[in-house]
Design a protein around this ligand. Sequence first.
Ligand code: SF4
Length: 303
Amino acid sequence: MQRYLSFNQAMKEKFGKKVYKLCLDAGMTCPNRDGTLGKRGCIFCDGGSGAFSVQRQESLDKQIALAKQRVKQKLTADTSFIAYFQSYTNTYASIEHLQKIFFPIISRNDICAISIATRPDCLPDEVLSLLSRLNAIKPVFVELGLQTIHDQTAHYIRRAYPLCVFDTAVKQLKDLGISTVVHMILGLPGETRQMICRTAQYIAASGADGIKLQLLHVLRGTDLASDYMAGKFSVLEMEQYIHLLEDCIRILPPHMVIHRLTGDGQKSKLIAPLWSTNKKKVLNQIHLFFEKDNIIQGQWFIL
Ligand code: SF4
């Protein structure tokens, strides 16, 4: 029985075949790191993983070849790929630079779509127009790092934009017919179950097409790690996380694509929660709980 609309299934329905994401690094920065909005970034952000720093030195074509190489065992003759610009803020550059990056990639025969992670405050009109032109060639997914709707938490994590900016960005992207995916973190310090459910409800009603649900990771070298080491908050246990996840899945509308059910943090930098390093086991547990608790996406969705 299908309990939620997974990314794999949604992509199979959309493209008629198996699709893999290739993580690429276009060498961007972020206004929350370069001093425009802040210098230390979001409190949990480690400023790009080591793997990405290595990728940065390679051309995007080389990165695609390397990324394909990593999944080559799983590929079939008709597998297609989504070029995924994941690190930093991938619309935070001059329009000329963005055009030079995105047009050649979206024109490749082996790429069926591109996915661009960014901040909702980095979508000026000229960028929206570029995204719309790209979307006319092949599907474009824009990922927005919301994490929470609660001002107090947004302030603590130093997200550095208000909720109304997210609302505007989703509306503008939707008006252009661009698929919008929202990032939400479960387990942020100070957030109760009720607060987490309210964020899920907000995203459910936002008009976004997809969501990435992510466990809060405490990574070495971040200010979040300092607070964690100082005992200012504790991280979620696996069962706590799964129960919160179950609430979210029930709240989200049945048509919203669940791009992620947990996290993909870099193991070497992870301080807590260490149970999350065994991703296969975590996903198995999540699916077992979903069966046991009869979770169906949209059970609690109210229009
Ligand atoms: S917006 Fe993204 S890249 Fe920028 S500091 Fe926050 S998490 Fe890091």
